[in-house]
Design a protein around this ligand. Structure first.
Ligand SMILES: *Cc1c(COP(=O)(O)O)cnc(C)c1O
Length: 380
């Protein structure tokens, strides 16, 4: 059997172990310490964010962001429908109601026109949304100018879910740094990983300081354990941050490797009937966390996304359908949503291809060969 090709597996550089060893040697095995401070500095420097809090996950970062913006029981929060469930779950943690907004076709992210329609309709129904959560899906920046303009018009804060977009830029500014708050993820499958981790970024120092306070059980300044807020255990450990510091040293390389994967797939597959790729609009720079394609069965001689996914699986190659939109998820049934058919089509026709920064040309060719065999039988 051929070796397994994963969708997106961790890819360590040469320095991570050194940093982890340093944490062991100095006995900083705690949810704070010099690597946590260093990792926060590295992230601030790389993204240009004013302030960064390193946390236990991207989901925790999003939860704290909503708490900091005062989202409470019964409030409404607008969220991109086409995303991973972790974008929406923290809304439910707060007892608030997600309001889902569909995508546009250029970037597959929140449709600004539909966002405005949704806001107007919620206002007409007597509720002002407390926040807007756009997502930079698969690393492709959302239409931030348009989204920010609408958010400003209606005076609603933006929390950017940049979990998949560290290393992506919109008009030369890092994804995650546009909203009042932004979140990053360092889960095992993301562009860089700390084995598990996340960060909250923002320019308002008081918000980020408050996030650190809430993330460490909200201890008041007293020699005994004194609490005047409900706290959380959401801080990143110094060991994980050591991995993160090593990963930051290779982040640009990782982005380049993933962009090379995209280029290779694009050149090899773009001519096949019915296959299309999401392009970078002018001014958009995607880290190409995952290379994603659409397979239109009306043009592919009837070949479907599922046929391709199963054929890849037979060759021991992992691929995945695109995210199933949140407005279609059983857990969010009955939630208000504003749809236009785009995300449902993406879910029907979309496939994520193996995209790890550690894939070899031989790995990529194994993927390409499966497509050629299914879609161009005469060429085999
Ligand atoms: C991974 C991911 C998250 C959650 O990050 P974790 O660190 O896994 O909690 C949130 N949103 C999106 C879009 C993601 O892909």
């Amino acid at each position: 059997m051929n070796t397994k090709i994963w969708l997106s597996s961790p890819h360590m550089g040469s320095k991570e172990l050194t940093y982890v060893q340093e944490a062991f040697e100095t006995n900083w095995i705690a949810p704070l310490g010099p690597h946590v401070d260093g990792f926060e500095r590295d992230l601030a420097l790389y993204t240009g964010a004013g302030h960064v809090a390193a946390l236990s996950s991207g989901t925790a970062a999003l939860h704290l962001a909503l708490i900091l913006l005062g989202v409470e029981r019964g409030d409404e929060v607008i969220c991109q429908s086409m995303t991973f469930s972790a974008s929406a779950n923290p809304i439910a943690y707060q007892g608030a109601v997600p309001v889902f907004v569909d995508s546009e076709e250029d970037t597959w992210n929140m449709d600004p026109a539909l966002l405005e329609e949704a806001i107007k309709d919620r206002l007409a129904k007597g509720k002002k949304p407390k926040a807007i959560i756009p997502v930079h899906l698969y690393g492709m920046p959302a239409k931030m100018d348009e989204i920010l303009a609408i958010a400003a018009t209606y005076d609603i804060p933006v929390v950017e879910d940049a979990a998949e977009a560290l290393g992506s830029f919109y008009k030369d500014k890092a994804c995650g740094t546009f909203g009042q708050l932004g979140i990053l993820s360092f889960n095992g499958n993301k562009i860089i990983t700390t084995s598990g981790g996340g960060a909250l970024v923002g320019n308002d120092e008081s918000l980020i300081k408050k996030a650190r306070f809430l993330a460490t059980q909200a201890r008041d300044a007293a020699p005994h354990y004194q609490h005047s807020h409900v706290g959380y255990n959401y801080r990143m450990s110094n060991v994980c941050a050591g991995i993160g510091r090593g990963q930051m040293e290779v982040l640009n390389e990782r982005v380049q490797q993933r962009r090379n994967n995209y280029e290779y797939y694009f050149n090899q597959l773009n001519e096949l009937p019915g296959i299309s790729f999401v392009k970078e609009p002018e001014g958009y720079y995607s880290n190409r966390w995952l290379t994603t394609i659409l397979i239109n069965p009306a043009e592919s001689n009837g070949v479907t996304r599922e046929e391709i996914r199963i054929a890849l699986e037979k060759e021991n190659i992992e691929s995945r359908p695109l995210w199933k939109p949140m407005h279609m998820q059983p857990v969010f049934e009955g939630t208000p949503s504003y749809t236009n058919g785009v995300s449902e089509k993406l879910f029907d026709e979309g496939l994520c291809l193996p995209s790890g920064s550690n894939l070899t040309k031989h790995d990529l060719d194994r993927v390409v060969n499966v497509f050629n065999e299914i879609m161009q039988p005469q060429k085999v």
